[in-house]
Design a protein around this ligand. Structure first.
Ligand code: 1CP
Length: 398
């Protein structure tokens, strides 16, 4: 398949730096400096002293099937083939940055890329989502897992590198991975799940085995994120714990946070200055957030910011603000199906509530989906920026 015809946004960068599939790896190792950062709003949102005109805006799952230009590529390529081709992955990452004036690009990849390289046979099927042919059934299956061959993840760092060059400093670049618990849930359930009974059985019955896998995933995820920063040029990292809310806070604190701590510590030892955003979806319970806030290494926080969903309580927000951590979120993505009137109203309410801190990044409560409309997404970005600016100006006058 001639994928090169899809490289529309990336083409100029490839020509400028004379990058070809043959010399990409060599170029990545030799180009030591990225273009000067013109818009650093997302990174600045982790520092209260940085100048500030408005809050930054980006959206989870901003590259994906709601964009016609993504569907055009996907019509010809399998999902993991798009992730594994660094040129295509970079092109798709850049697509929303051409559509909207967003302040960050998040690398086009998937949380399942890592377990795929650790021995899980994963495909993404139309309508069904991820399907795993060889799920973990009993603890005896753990021995099938192995650390990824580092070579097999290089394409992600290549894609980040190409994207960072092509962005020309116009916005920040975010790397990511799945949290050990969420990745483990897929490895055991064999795909998407409604009730999560298999992974709950593992957690409460095969506890030791579960903790062993969680720790292995934590260590490998940390290495993966470190490389995304050091090899690829990611400027912020986000950890997606999409299924955090499937177990009670008590169990999340006892069983899950210890593996996350390993991930955070390993990461921060190598990348102490790279902001880390944690997304414990549906686990906004104050008790859980407080546990995260307690995690400190070398007098520095291990978690720099929280992606919050729309149910976050005022009490939790106060805790985060008092601890000088960054808030990201939290408009219910379903609101974007609504009329411009309701979209504007909900944005205004979100900003009133969350922009009370300098450390704020506007985002949705979870990802965009294929049924979102490009024009409504544009309204979200433009209106958020406009209202955020007004709110900031009002604050100065008061
Ligand atoms: O712009 C971006 O954010 C794109 C990059 C991205 C990210 C951050 C993709 C592309 N996936 C993810 C993370 C991801 N993958 C999460 C965490 C975020 C979240 O909760 O939404 C999860 C749970 C997955 C697992 C996954 N991969 C699903 C969800 C299925 C389920 O269990 O509900 C799906 C559908 C995939 C495949 C996938 N990953 C990404 C895209 C665009 C797609 C759809 C593939 C297609 O085009 O058909």
């Amino acid at each position: 398949m001639d994928y090169q015809k899809h490289l529309k946004i990336l083409k100029e960068t490839l020509d400028q730096h004379k990058i070809t599939p043959e010399n990409l790896r060599e170029k990545r190792k030799s180009i030591k400096e990225f273009p000067k950062q013109i818009n650093n709003r997302v990174v600045d949102a982790f520092q209260s002293f940085a100048p500030f005109d408005r809050a930054p805006v980006w959206m989870m799952r901003q590259a994906g099937r709601y964009l016609p230009e993504y569907r055009e590529i996907k019509a010809e390529m399998d999902f993991f083939a798009t992730c594994q081709n660094p040129f295509i992955a970079a092109e798709i990452t850049l697509q929303p940055t051409k559509q909207f004036e967003i302040d960050a690009a998040i690398i086009f990849s998937d949380i399942l890329v890592l377990p795929k390289m650790m021995g899980m046979e994963i495909t993404i099927e139309e309508k069904k989502g991820p399907v795993i042919a060889n799920p973990l059934v009993t603890p005896a299956d753990i021995q099938r897992l192995h650390p990824p061959n580092p070579e097999h993840l290089e394409h992600v760092y290549d894609a980040l590198f190409l994207t960072r060059l092509a962005l020309q400093g116009k916005c920040n670049l975010i790397g990511f991975c799945g949290a050990p618990w969420t990745v483990f849930a897929y490895m055991v359930e064999g795909g998407s799940s409604k009730l999560f009974t298999k992974v709950k059985k593992w957690l409460y019955l095969y506890t030791e085995g579960s903790l062993q896998v969680l720790e292995l995933l934590a260590k490998e995820s940390a290495k993966y994120l470190i490389n995304q920063v050091k090899q690829g040029g990611a400027q912020v990292v986000q950890i997606f714990d999409s299924w955090a809310g499937q177990i009670p806070a008590l169990d999340y604190i006892e069983f899950i946070i210890p593996s996350l701590r390993i991930l955070f510590e390993d990461f921060k030892k190598e990348c102490p200055d790279t902001p880390l955003i944690m997304f414990p979806k549906d686990q906004n319970d104050k008790k859980v957030i407080v546990e995260f806030l307690k995690l400190i290494y070398n007098d520095k926080p291990l978690v720099d910011g929280f992606q919050l969903d729309s149910n976050v309580s005022d009490e939790t927000l106060v805790k985060i603000i008092e601890a000088n951590r960054t808030i990201q979120g939290n408009l219910e993505p379903g609101v974007l199906f609504g009329t411009p009137v309701i979209i504007k109203k909900r944005i205004s309410q979100m900003i009133e509530k969350l922009q009370t801190t300098r450390r704020y990044i506007i985002n949705l409560a979870h990802g965009l989906t294929p049924d979102h409309e490009v024009e409504k997404v544009r309204l979200f970005v433009q209106e958020s920026q406009r209202q955020s600016k007004l709110y900031k100006a009002k604050e100065i006058l008061e």
